[in-house]
Design a binder for this molecule. Structure first.
Ligand code: FAD
Length: 487
């Protein structure tokens, strides 16, 4: 006699270990979980669509009984109703583990969704003074034999080719448009149900543009590898108004819902490099994101656990401005990025880090409020990935455990890397982003005094005329006020 497998909405893989030996699969759409938080409409649509597509695939295979429950008040009630023990691969976040454990009827088994188990990451971190991603990444390259030449040397002689990957945004840049999925009758059902439920939402509805099945995720990967991977490295940091995807893969939501396996993605990229036509800097840069950054973030989430909710090393106490929800602002970099997020639930990494993250950092937004906004707004949002990225990487709220210095930038940085400033009413040297940057440096000059990597910005602050600094700080305050109070 087999068991009942519980498959959660972000564990939609046929390789999910709970399925092995199961004779019944339980897929629950919990209304309580959905009502609790405001979420981008497209994210909610994607997760429900992916769950329903997965259930349909299991039914088509005909190997197990599939029990789907929709609009359920509490998951625990369905589990209790079934009567027998339910097996579930370890959930990906602390709140889901706690809630399911509370039912007393769920047996967790180790998940194979990530390449590095939290215990293995903790063993790697043990005794290290700094948890530098680059060290972790090199070990991962060797471990999975990705872009490693004979004798364990890195392909091409260097482990990291980031220096070659800093080409700025330029208005003439135009990447090939990505392949997008088409909606089907399952999507029509999801849309009708969401319209009827009236849950707290943000963002625009629209045709589903994100993969909801393994087949669609594979098609997205193949399209990326064939048409955009070659440009991924050089233009990884570029921002171009009107070019929202550039050379990025659009695979994060598929990876996070486990529609596709991270190692399969990396092997496809390595194979493309070996075939020729894809420069090493692009293949290496991409593989570093997946086996390096993504796995490092996963490990860091579990290493610090519930502490992430509390961290606030810089004492940031401003509520998240209303403009993040409404998109209404006169700074073009922020306006354009928020418009991308509202329209598609997506902005690429540098928009997230150097526009949205930078502004929450320099404004001094309460870190967990920033985490919650990011989690609500993005197609790939989940607590495990948002907490370290937002509280650790973007807002430096962990006090520098992950990053050696805060990622703060002024208008000149935005001007150098993007096309936004050309369409903006402000001059980069005296724009709100610059004003906030100097205000941030002035507020934290004592805290950063011992940080060698902050010597340059602090020297710039010392050189600044006092009257100019005072005017910039006043401008920063007025502009922060123009973004509106708590959302
Ligand atoms: C403030 C902030 C918030 C973020 N929030 C999320 C989030 O909620 N969910 C999420 O998946 N990623 C998040 N990221 C990481 C990264 O920005 C996105 O994974 C990436 O932009 C997704 O787009 P893509 O699939 O086109 O990625 P690409 O640019 O094509 O990169 C390839 C893959 O690398 C992985 N990756 C790269 N960097 C990271 C990282 N720092 N953390 C985790 N995975 C990474 C992703 O799986 C991504 O699909 C965040 C980064 C920052 C700075």
């Amino acid at each position: 006699m087999g068991h009942t497998a519980l498959v959660l909405g972000d564990q939609l893989s046929h390789a999910n270990p709970s399925l092995a030996g199961a004779d019944r699969v339980l897929i629950i759409e919990s209304r309580a979980a959905m009502s609790r938080v405001r979420l981008h409409r497209q994210r909610r649509h994607l997760v429900l669509s992916a769950m329903r597509h997965f259930a349909a695939e299991l039914r088509e295979r005909g190997e197990v009984e599939v029990v789907e429950r929709r609009g359920v008040a509490r998951m625990g009630e369905v589990i209790a109703e079934l009567g027998d023990e339910v097996v579930c691969a370890e959930p990906n976040s602390i709140p889901s583990r706690t809630a399911l454990a509370r039912s007393g009827r769920v047996r967790f088994i180790p998940s194979t969704q990530f390449l590095t188990a939290p215990a293995d990451f903790a063993a790697w971190a043990e005794g290290r003074r700094r948890l530098v991603m680059e060290d972790f990444y090199r070990d991962q390259r060797r471990r999975f034999d990705l872009l490693v030449a004979d004798g364990g040397r890195p392909e091409g002689g260097r482990w990291n080719l980031d220096r070659e990957n800093r080409r700025p945004g330029d208005a003439s840049l135009s990447a090939p448009a990505p392949w997008l999925p088409e909606e089907d009758e399952i999507d029509a059902g999801v849309r009708a149900d969401l319209d009827a439920m009236g849950l707290p939402e943000t963002g625009h509805d629209g045709p589903r543009i994100w993969p909801a099945t393994h087949a669609e995720a594979v098609r997205t990967l193949e399209d990326f590898v064939a048409h955009r991977l070659a440009g991924f490295g050089p233009w990884q940091d570029a921002m171009v108004g009107g070019e929202r995807w550039l050379y990025h893969s659009r695979l994060s939501s598929s990876l996070n819902l486990w529609l596709i396996d991270p190692l399969d993605v990396c092997r496809a990229v390595q194979a493309a490099y070996e075939r020729g036509g894809v420069p090493l800097q692009s293949a290496e840069g991409f593989i570093r994101q997946v086996i390096g950054w993504r796995e490092y973030i996963w490990g860091m989430y579990w290493l610090r656990g519930t502490e992430w909710r509390e961290v606030n090393a810089l004492g940031a106490e401003r509520p998240l401005p209303e403009a993040f929800w409404t998109g209404e602002t006169d700074a073009e970099c922020l306006r354009a990025t928020l418009a991308d997020v509202h329209d598609t639930a997506y902005a690429h990494h540098i928009q997230r880090l150097m526009i949205l993250g930078n502004l929450t950092l320099t404004l001094g937004v309460r870190p967990w409020e920033a985490v919650e906004w990011f989690q609500a707004s993005f197609i790939d949002g989940a607590e495990w990935v948002m907490a370290p990225n937002v509280a650790g990487m973007a807002t430096f709220a962990d006090g520098g455990v992950m990053m050696t210095k805060p990622y703060a930038g002024g208008g000149n940085y935005v001007d150098r890397m993007s096309t936004y400033c050309g369409d903006c009413r402000y001059e980069p040297r005296s724009c709100p982003v610059t004003a906030l940057y100097w205000d941030f440096m002035a507020r934290h000059r004592d805290a950063f005094a011992q940080n060698r990597r902050m010597r340059g910005p602090l020297a710039g602050l010392r050189r600044m005329d006092e009257a100019r600094l005072a005017a910039l700080r006043e401008q920063a305050d007025a502009w922060a006020g123009s973004l509106g109070g708590a959302g």
